[in-house]
Design a protein around this ligand. Structure first.
Ligand code: FPP
Length: 235
């Protein structure tokens, strides 16, 4: 039987195509990312209205640091100004923000702005916006394994007690449900080191739409398609 009207609890998005959007419009690359923030704001609201509990977005990958320094600096500044500029609206709209990544390498103003955003929205419960920043899936698993190895070394954990769930509790996403649906905009069809452990049973949705053009209808279409699929979990 095909399930219909099923809303995914957790949607994760690879927001690709911001620079291509800027180039296509003859604009500086940073304008693509600025429009990307607008698309993110729209999508958070649309997801909340549709009943999604958690929205994780890939805002900056560990690999993105190898881009020209002026581009990484511009994205960091944008994260900082968006965090401060949207704080009141996010508080008002019931959005709880949390972070997912190594974070230590972020410039301090960006780190501080994001920390403030998380603290001021911590009590919200309408939807959780999980920002993957300086995120890499393999590195996340390595961090979790290292944390577990230390606990074993200290005698607090037995190696034989480690199972799938033990690892999940040491990931950056600890406490969140696994993503049910992963959407990638911008036409590429790869996972690019995003939520590798957590996406074991996720459904995938690819769209040619560039992220700044992504809107309510695109999200609704991806969720509608998701609702028509039959998830078997290997059974
Ligand atoms: C990929 O598009 C996207 C990014 C590297 C970053 C996207 C970031 C935002 C939209 C801002 C996030 C804001 C907050 C508040 C966290 P791309 O730059 O690789 O574009 P391309 O695929 O066209 O090259």
């Amino acid at each position: 039987m095909i399930a219909t009207h099923v809303v995914p609890r957790h949607v994760a998005i690879i927001m690709d195509g911001n620079r291509r959007w800027a180039k296509a419009h003859g604009l500086p690359l940073s304008d693509g990312h600025r429009q990307g923030v607008e698309a993110l704001r729209r999508t958070v609201e649309a997801a909340a209205r549709l009943g999604v509990e958690v929205l994780t977005v890939f805002a900056f990958s560990e690999e993105n640091w190898s881009r020209p320094v002026e581009q990484t600096r511009a994205i960091m500044e944008l994260c900082c100004s968006a965090a401060l500029g949207q704080m009141n609206d996010l508080v008002r709209d019931g959005v709880r923000v949390r972070l997912c990544g190594r974070l230590a390498a972020l410039p301090s103003p960006t780190r501080e702005a994001l920390d403030r955003l998380c603290a001021s929205t911590a009590k919200n419960s309408r939807i959780t916006l999980n920002l993957a920043i300086d995120y890499g899936g393999r590195r996340e698993i390595a961090d979790a394994v290292r944390a577990l190895a230390r606990e074993v070394e200290r005698g607090r954990l037995s190696a034989s007690a480690i199972d799938d769930d033990t690892i999940a509790t040491r990931l950056y996403t600890a406490g969140l449900p696994d993503p049910d649906l992963v959407i990638r905009t911008g036409g590429e069809r790869r996972i690019s080191n995003f939520l590798l452990y957590q996406s074991a049973y996720a459904e995938f949705s690819w769209t040619e739409t560039l992220w700044p053009d992504f809107g309510d209808e695109d999200l609704a279409a991806a969720i509608d398609d998701f609702a028509r699929r039959q998830r078997r979990y290997g059974t």
